[in-house]
Design a protein. Structure first.
Lengths: 77, 307
């Protein structure tokens, strides 16, 4: 499973539904997630990748699309 | 340590339903309820100082303390009408005071929590300190261009708390206040501009920082979330209160909520909630209450008190 598929699977688990978004599309504007699932998404990414995302990185810009999540995770690896 | 001697709330004005607000903001009434838990809010036809004075005078009456005995007034508001002077001076004047220092805290949502924490630390030297949170958010949310994600959330209101060095009331055990200016652009209100909010960043930060500051404060004082009788938080959003409860492993029922009736009244909301709770619940002796708030800045904090 490549990185983006792995992220898509994490989002699917949090959203409870399939994720058809294109990578650059906002997961919130497209209705995949609502704002209150956002903290759950970050927690799920921390668990999946066994990382601790610091408060200083908790910005919507870093996690609002599959592409931005991938870029963030790549920057941490 | 200081005591929280009395609380009051002043929520007046026209009731504005979700149906009316939805028409103004271009959304569905049910969407407002789902994303926030809000059913209605009040729009007050007056000034921030009018709201603040309403809460202040009630609080002093409840406490049985004349205004002349106040050593300090701290007034939190993020919705003042002008740059200076802020409403604190006007409230002091209307209370008949002409020497008592009155300080404005332009901090929005965390303002009253900050004021309570500061007051509890200053009461030993200043005497009675009147803390007020007052917000007139209606002109801000109605300003064009309207952002539905913001417009539907806020309402007008005021709350107050008299913090005294000793006497009857809830004993303040400890408090913690924090600031991180790295996110100051994510929630801001410039003069003459609409309120700008990255709601996603705010909920991400708040849902982590609030449980942490509460948990740390409790642990520092040898207490656990299970020991707390009631959590009195800034009423930002019903869904956020649920998130904080889950993170702390505390029942949602312990989180007092009146956001359905008033919406988010920013700095006023925690004090309004405290006033309603203290009046209706009659907390038993020894009951622990946790106050907490998170808001623009970001500023956040918590205060632990024993009734």
């Amino acid at each position: 499973m490549n990185q983006q598929d792995r992220i898509r699977e994490v989002v699917r688990r949090v959203a409870g539904k399939e994720v058809d978004s294109v990578p650059e599309e906002s997961l919130f504007d497209s209705g995949v997630l609502d704002s209150h699932a956002f903290p759950d998404l970050v927690s799920a990414l921390e668990q999946e990748y066994a990382i601790r995302i610091p408060d200083s990185d908790l910005s919507a810009r870093k996690f609002e699309s599959l592409a931005s999540i991938e870029a963030y995770l790549n920057s941490k690896s | 340590m200081a005591v929280l001697r009395a609380f009051s709330s002043f929520v007046e004005g026209r009731r504005v339903s979700n149906e009316e607000m939805a028409a103004l903001a271009g959304c569905e009434p049910d969407w407002i309820r789902t994303v926030s838990g809000i059913e209605e809010r009040r729009f007050f036809d007056g000034s921030v100082a009018d709201l603040a004075f309403g809460a202040a005078s009630q609080c002093l009456t409840r406490a049985g303390v004349p205004a002349s005995e106040l050593g300090l007034i701290l007034l939190a508001s993020g919705s003042v009408e002008r740059r200076f002077p802020g409403p604190a001076a006007a409230v002091a004047q209307r209370l008949g005071l002409d020497l008592t220092p009155a300080i404005d805290l332009p901090m929005a949502s965390a303002g009253s929590l900050y004021a309570m924490a500061l007051a509890s630390r200053l009461a030993a030297s200043c005497g009675h300190i009147l803390v007020i949170g007052a917000e007139r958010m209606s002109p801000i949310v109605l300003q064009e261009p309207r952002n539905r994600n913001v417009a539907v959330l806020f309402g007008d209101g005021a709350g107050a708390c008299l913090v005294s060095p000793e006497g009857p009331g809830a004993r303040v055990l400890d408090s913690a206040i924090h600031t991180d200016g790295a996110f100051s652009e994510d929630l801001k209100l410039e003069f003459g501009q609409p309120l700008a909010m990255s709601g996603l960043t705010v909920i991400l930060q708040a849902s982590r920082k609030l449980p942490r500051v509460i948990g740390d404060l409790l642990a520092k004082n040898g207490r656990a979330a299970a020991d707390v009788h009631t959590f009195l938080l800034h009423q930002a959003n019903r869904n956020l209160l649920v998130k904080v409860a889950q993170a702390l492993g505390a029942p949602e029922a312990k989180f007092y909520s009146n956001i359905a009736r008033y919406g988010n009244t920013s700095s006023a909301s925690m004090l309004i909630a405290a006033a309603e709770w203290a009046e209706s619940a009659a907390p038993p002796p020894g009951a622990l209450a946790v106050f907490a708030a998170f808001g623009a800045g970001f500023h956040w904090g918590a205060l632990l008190a024993e009734f």
